[in-house]
Design a protein around this ligand. Structure first.
Ligand SMILES: NC(=O)c1ccc[n+]([C@@H]2O[C@H](COP(=O)([O-])OP(=O)(O)OC[C@H]3O[C@@H](n4cnc5c(N)ncnc54)[C@H](O)[C@@H]3O)[C@@H](O)[C@H]2O)c1
Length: 326
């Protein structure tokens, strides 16, 4: 029951790999190391160094490692950069997903769990995002993830009456933070946690981008989820698909609970022991006041749970980042 994890050398993929191992489901990783790190892959896990854009390589990997299902995590995740690099973003996230599906069809593999994103919603004007909230992506990145969901859904429809109907689900991540293993951390230069950690390590003051939003303390409210909880939901999804069950086409892995940037900064100071007062900078274009999702459907179907406090999220991320700096 081997699962191919594309992007398994990245922050989230490396956690999914560990969760699969712990659940007794052997993983194989295919990753081009464009943003991932070889050392994030645990010893003993087979690693194929290459791109998901190479259909022969993906198909060969599936056959050589006797793959039963795919957890398709690989992707280009920088929403801001995607505005400047739409062609690259669509190539990696849309063409990449199409090639993975084509290679799966070649090899007769019929299970896929896809890494989607809250970005498919754009800037929703609702207190709590549900799976039915209208999709209005505000960047090429969000668009590419929504098209990825559509590709998978459509391939499911096209194969429904065949010998190998595609069983699938897309998991929409919100703000993924923390670390479930000290040797893996988020290296993104664009996400709040790593940005603040880098500033604190450099002895600099972190900045809040705007404190005049329509929220209780004026700073953006977001939905933070711990990467270990996220990884666990992938294992449940994989198991359910392998058991022949049908899952919803998409789940929002949200926490039902918004935290403001200021609350995160307070937790950063509390946990790291670095006494700082964040600087207040200008707003960033396109940042909505608040995005928080209910994870109810995922709780029902995928045992989705938020087991970590904000301090634990910060603590685990900080410890992993500092271990890497040591
Ligand atoms: N981190 C978040 O908060 C977040 C939120 C929503 C969605 N996502 C999605 O989750 C996935 C993983 O995100 P992450 O935070 O771990 O990012 P990451 O950049 O750490 O991981 C992406 C991995 O995919 C690999 N990769 C990229 N293009 C590839 C290609 N063409 N062929 C093979 N491998 C390739 C990279 O080398 C890297 O190891 C992405 O698809 C991202 O869009 C992440």
């Amino acid at each position: 029951m081997t699962w191919l994890v594309t992007g398994g050398a990245g922050y989230i993929g490396a956690h999914v790999v560990r969760a699969l191992q712990e659940a007794g489901l052997p993983p194989v990783v295919l990753d081009d190391l464009s943003s991932g790190r070889r050392e994030f892959i645990p010893d003993g896990v087979p690693f194929v160094d290459g791109t998901i854009l190479d259909r022969d390589l993906v198909a060969r990997t599936i056959v050589e490692h006797d793959v039963d299902g795919v957890i398709h995590v690989a992707g280009f995740k920088y929403a801001g950069v995607s505005v400047q690099r739409p062609l690259h973003t669509y190539e990696q996230n849309v063409e990449g997903t199409r090639v993975v599906l084509a290679a799966m069809a070649d090899a007769g593999v019929d299970k896929i769990v896809f890494s989607s994103s809250a970005a498919v919603f754009g800037t929703p004007d609702v207190a709590l995002v549900t799976e039915d909230t209208p999709k209005a992506p505000a960047s090429p990145y969000g668009e590419s993830k929504l098209i990825g969901e559509w590709l998978i859904r459509d391939q499911g429809v096209a194969t429904a009456a065949s010998e190998n109907p595609l069983r699938h689900t897309s998991l929409r991540y919100f703000n993924v933070v923390g670390s479930g293993d000290e040797s893996v951390y988020d290296v993104s230069p664009h996400n709040l946690f790593p940005i603040v950690f880098e500033k604190l390590i450099a002895g600099e003051t972190p900045t809040i981008n705007g404190d005049d939003y329509d929220t209780p303390d004026g700073t953006n409210v977001r939905d933070y989820v711990h990467v270990a909880d996220l990884a666990a939901a992938h294992v449940v999804a994989a198991r359910r698909l392998a058991a022949g069950e049908t899952l919803a086409p998409a789940y929002n892995l949200g926490s039902n609970n918004g935290l403001s940037v200021r609350e995160i900064m307070d937790a950063m100071a509390r946990v790291t022991g670095v006494d700082f007062t964040p600087a207040i900078g200008p707003r960033r274009a396109g940042d909505p006041d608040r995005i928080v999702a209910t994870g109810e459907l995922a709780a029902q179907d995928l045992d989705w749970d938020n087991r970590y406090t904000v301090d634990e999220m910060v603590r685990s991320g900080w410890d992993a980042r500092r271990a890497a700096a040591a």
